[in-house]
Every structure is written in structure tokens, then in C-alpha cells.
Write a protein that binds this ligand. Sequence first.
Ligand SMILES: Cc1cn([C@H]2C[C@H](O)[C@@H](COP(=O)(O)OP(=O)(O)O[C@H]3O[C@@H](C)C(=O)[C@@H](O)[C@H]3O)O2)c(=O)[nH]c1=O
Length: 182
Amino acid sequence: MEFIPTRLEEVIIIRPRVFEDKRGFFTETFRLNKYNQAGIRKPFVQDNLSGSVRNTLRGLHYQILNPQAKLVMVTSGEILDVAVDIRRNSPNFGKYVSCVLSYKNREMLYIPEGFAHGFFVLSEQATFMYKCSDYYNPAGERGVRWDDPDINIDWPDADPVLSEKDQKLPFLSDIGEQDLPE
Ligand SMILES: Cc1cn([C@H]2C[C@H](O)[C@@H](COP(=O)(O)OP(=O)(O)O[C@H]3O[C@@H](C)C(=O)[C@@H](O)[C@H]3O)O2)c(=O)[nH]c1=O
């Protein structure tokens, strides 16, 4: 299992060791001692699963009352995953990293607290699984517009399938300090 820092070093790509044989493959996706050694120490308390059709974009989401670190993976299909540093005092405020996660490459992404997260579905369908370090709290649900010009994410499509909620999210520059993580 390899832990590879991205250009925002707190966001980490996890490349698991995959054992292939005539039946298919086997891989460990989460193992506390190895994650701890790599500096990922937040215990996870919630697992989520979502399925999405091609061109779906979910995001950019974060929780302000119960901030969540996330370990995300794709169990079918292919997505472009994006994490944006929105910690109000961070030198990287507004910067993002993106990477392709797929059933085929079996890579995962660790996104710490303080980052907004979203993804775009590149395949006909994608199944997305993730662990969270705190519970979902609807009262603390926050988000940033996917097409915020200040963040300027290079999405593969200019007209994605969005939830009603995600269409109405604010731009980063319109979010008050109290609604941004430290
Ligand atoms: C995220 C979440 C949603 N829900 C409910 C609320 C709502 O009625 C329904 C669908 O929720 P959403 O539209 O917010 O689902 P979705 O757009 O998939 O939200 C997710 O997007 C990605 C990008 C993330 O980073 C996640 O943390 C999460 O915010 O599920 C829960 O009950 N528990 C949860 O943990």
C-alpha cells in the first residue's frame, strides 16, 4: 500500500497492493496500522455509498459543525475526484487537486477536514464508496459552487447533471468567515 502526497500535500492518494489470480483480484482498502503510519489517524465513524450516471457532478461539499475527513474510492466505473483547500487561513486557500479514481486503477483518495470535495462521473455509471471521520449533520452541511471562477476547476464537461441543491451553492468569495473551516 503506497501513500502518495498530491500537490496539496494533506490530500493523499492511496495505491493499494493488488493480488491478481485466475479468480480475479484481492486488495486491502483500509488497514488502521498502515494508515496510522502514514499520518492518517482520524477514526472513521460512517461509511457511505452512492451510485451516479454519466456526467453527474456531486459537490463541492463540506461539513462545518462536524468536519469530516473522507477516504473515497470507486467500486465501479470511473470518476474525476476533486478536493479544494477552503481552510480560511491556509496559504493554499482556493487551490484544488484532482485525480481519476476508477474500478480499474483501484486508487483511493484521503481528503482531510477543511477541504471541500466533489466528483464528476466519467463512465456510463459509477459507484462511489467513502468513509467519514464524523457523522453527517444536515445543519452543518455547506458547499461551494462547482464552477466557481476563483477556483477554476478543469471539469470535463460544462453542463453536468447536478442536484437542485448543488445548483444553488454560493461562490467561495461570498461565503462568510464563520462558514469556512479553520
Ligand atoms: C451525505 C449524506 C446525505 N444524506 C441524505 C441527505 C439527502 O436527502 C440525500 C442525498 O444527499 P446529497 O444530495 O447531499 O448527496 P451527495 O450529493 O452525494 O453528497 C455527498 O457528495 C460528496 C461530493 C461528498 O463529499 C459527500 O460528503 C456528500 O456531501 O441523502 C444522509 O442521510 N447522510 C449523509 O451522510
